[in-house]
Design a binder for this molecule. Structure first.
Ligand SMILES: [Zn+2]
Length: 424
């Protein structure tokens, strides 16, 4: 059988030796040796992994940094205020232009699955319209899921419930929530029920912003887990941020983590943004404000990552590289044993695919050919160095390529410098 594309001589995660990966009609057809195809690419032993995923990003606010002003306090709440001013003025074209640029950055860096939030407390639903259009326009190049995100709360304004339902009717993939931003604890709990109710009514997933605060009394995640169990929605529910978990006492955190495991709720952590936003009300010591990733993983909870923001009112930095988030998560959560380091790519590949709800994922015969080739030969090199993405393949098509970084030392001795040591 003639293959369309063969990536020759790859290192594959978890396998010894080198393999050729052959693709036909968008699907991985063969993994073997001496394969030949219409187009061939020599990997020369470089590491090939399945397309990566960013499971929490706000594309509607991407690249609005400084407009109309910069966030001086570095808090979530000042960010929400600034965004509130910006969103009154934005147009669909403006959102699309910025979002496309952010998606391009993500795609060339190997992200082929993106779950974005669209603020649906803007009465015109401009951001949602823009991102739903983008989802269609980018089909085949990147998989986009859009979560209807009630940024200002579901019960803080009586039109917000209607806007949320309208967003779902318009085609949002997931129903969002932000219980810690509702006026009272009771409203927070009720807002969670409303989100689940809508998700069940329209057969969608639930993807909440939950407990994004350093307040240890913010305990909405347990309510999300309980709703998931009672409504039998295991696997369809994700909770983003969950930073209050950092500040819970050990006994409560243990109870909660067991409950999450039972409920099968995915946890999505956004290390760059939450290391930046959290701890802002602390004197020293300042809390890191990250969910307990190590403990969650050890308990068998699915944890994936998101960039959350790319240069917006909440975060001044970012270039859409999910490997930057992985690098920070590993530091923030002490995921730095040798096993942790070599297994870390799982958070942005297989764990992300689980959040995304993909049934067929990974470098196996019969799976979609969504692939990333790194300029690295070992998983440790990938997370340490965040190397060039040499090739990004989506649905069997090469959609991006990169050139390896090159440095030359000129003195005292002229030579090319590589950052790749040899490993044991
Ligand atoms: Zn977010």
């Amino acid at each position: 059988m003639k293959l369309d594309l063969v990536i020759k001589d790859c290192t594959l995660p978890g396998l010894n030796g080198r393999y050729d990966v052959g693709v036909r009609e968008g699907v991985i057809q063969e993994i073997g040796r001496e394969l030949s195809g219409e187009v061939e690419y020599r990997a020369d032993g470089r590491l090939l992994v399945p397309g990566m995923g960013d499971m929490h990003v706000h594309l509607d606010s991407a690249l609005t940094l400084g407009k109309p002003r910069f966030n001086q306090s570095g808090t979530l709440l000042e960010g929400i205020e600034i965004w509130g001013e910006y969103k009154r003025t934005m147009t669909k074209e403006d959102v699309k232009r910025r979002a496309i640029r952010a998606v391009e950055w993500m795609l060339v860096q190997g992200v082929t699955m993106i779950r974005t939030h669209a603020d649906v407390t803007d009465h015109s639903l401009t951001g949602l319209r823009a991102l739903l259009e983008l989802k269609e326009e980018l089909k085949g190049f990147v998989d986009l899921q859009v979560t209807a995100f009630p940024q200002d709360g579901i019960l803080t304004d009586k039109v917000n419930v209607e806007l949320l339902e309208k967003a779902v009717e318009m085609g949002a993939d997931n129903v969002g929530m932000i219980p810690h931003n509702e006026m009272t604890r009771e409203d927070g709990v009720r807002s969670i029920s409303i989100a689940f109710e809508l998700a069940q009514k329209y057969d969608r997933g639930v993807d909440g912003h939950v407990d994004e605060t350093d307040d240890p009394n913010s305990r909405f995640l347990e309510v999300v887990a309980a709703e998931t169990i009672r409504r039998r929605m295991t696997g369809k529910v994700s909770a983003g941020h969950v930073t209050a978990m950092h500040s819970y006492n050990g006994a409560y955190a243990d109870k909660l983590i067991r409950l999450l495991r039972r409920a099968g709720v995915n946890v999505v952590v956004n290390p760059a943004v939450n290391l930046h936003l959290q701890g802002r009300y602390d004197t020293y010591p300042k809390r890191r404000g990250l969910a307990r990733v190590r403990e969650l993983l050890a308990a068998g909870v699915n944890v994936a990552l998101g960039n959350d923001c790319v240069m917006d009112p909440w975060y001044p930095l970012g270039r859409g590289d999910i490997l930057q988030s992985l690098f920070l998560a590993m530091h923030g959560a002490h995921l730095t044993s040798y096993q942790d380091v070599v297994g870390a790519l799982g958070l942005v590949t297989y764990n992300a695919a689980k959040v995304f709800g993909l049934k067929k994922y990974g470098i196996e015969k019969g799976n979609p050919a969504d692939l990333v080739l790194f300029d690295a030969r070992h998983p440790l090199e990938v997370v340490r160095d965040q190397p060039t993405r040499m090739l990004v393949v989506k649905g069997g098509k090469v959609v991006a390529r990169g050139e390896p970084e090159r440095y030359e030392l000129l003195a005292p001795e002229r030579k090319e410098i590589s950052f790749s040591p040899s490993f044991p």
